[in-house]
Design a binder for this molecule. Structure first.
Ligand code: SF4
Ligand code: SF4
Length: 260
């Protein structure tokens, strides 16, 4: 039997240096987070936001959550009859709504099952903390995330508008007409020298405003001074920036509408 000639041996040190050299010349694929922000899709599942006004305390989300990490507390309260001579009704009033993001696995079931559009995905993801307890977001915090939820995409051409959206738009339209009428009346009254009517604001309040989230430096520094972690401070400062910008744009629009 003929044996093949043994391969020449390369010293281990040279092999190692070869790997190092190759790695040095290959461009890096890692991202230097947090110095370099990842370029995420606009509808990334970052955190869950709660539109408290829409929640009817039906408990579906809490029941369907596979991790049992949604905590809801409520009480019943009486509300006057909707029509004259009708009966008093009872309504669930939300006291506590919290999500424990230390347990949440971001499956999105709660958002899917909510029949009243009270839960949404926000792309914000910078809310990690040094203490696990801070990952329980109460309803005030969940409501703040609503400011960072992107608006729904427009309907496809020829698509039928959902009936509830039509009803909501009609109601919003009526409210806008009423606000405009009140504003016109106030302007006429002011021109005649009478007492000033209702403020010019509130007009176009319901219009969709898109704001690109930036960090509000004042809020950021204040939260850091309070001892919040850098990530929590940045996320909250972004939410504060969006709220402030929306309020500013609404005020400008109201002023422009009043001046017209
Ligand atoms: S995303 Fe899933 S795990 Fe997280 S709260 Fe919702 S249902 Fe529960
Ligand atoms: S399913 Fe929606 S409406 Fe029902 S309790 Fe949960 S968030 Fe509220």
């Amino acid at each position: 039997m003929k044996l093949s000639a043994p391969k020449p041996k390369v010293p281990g040190l040279l092999k190692g240096l070869g790997v190092t050299l190759k790695t040095m010349l290959t461009p890096a694929v890692t991202r230097q987070y947090p110095h370099v922000k990842p370029d995420l899709a606009p509808r990334t599942r970052g955190v869950i936001a709660l539109m408290e006004e829409n929640c009817t305390v039906c408990m579906l989300c809490a029941r369907e959550c596979p991790d049992w990490c949604i905590y809801i507390e409520s009480h019943k309260e009486r509300v006057p009859p909707a029509t004259e001579g009708g009966r008093e009704r009872t309504r669930n009033q939300l006291d506590r709504f919290a999500i424990d993001f230390a347990l949440c696995m971001y499956c999105g079931i709660c958002i899917e099952v909510c029949p009243f559009d009270a839960l949404f995905w926000s792309p914000e993801f910078e809310y990690s903390t040094y203490t696990i307890g801070e990952l329980i977001h109460e309803k005030e915090r969940l409501r703040e995330w609503m400011d960072t939820v992107p608006p729904p995409p427009p309907l496809e051409e020829g698509a039928e508008q959902p009936p509830e959206l039509g009803a909501a738009l009609e109601r919003a339209n009526k409210e806008r007409q009423a606000a405009l009428a009140a504003q016109r009346q106030a302007t006429e009254q002011a021109a005649r020298g009478g007492p000033a009517g209702p403020a010019r604001g509130a007009v176009r309040e319901d219009e969709e405003i898109e704001v690109e989230a930036e960090v509000d430096q004042d809020v950021y520094q204040a939260l850091l001074a309070e001892g919040k972690s850098e990530r929590v401070a940045r996320a909250r400062a972004k939410a504060a920036y969006v709220r402030k910008e929306k309020a500013r744009i609404r005020a400008e629009r109201a002023a422009a509408g009043g001046g017209a």
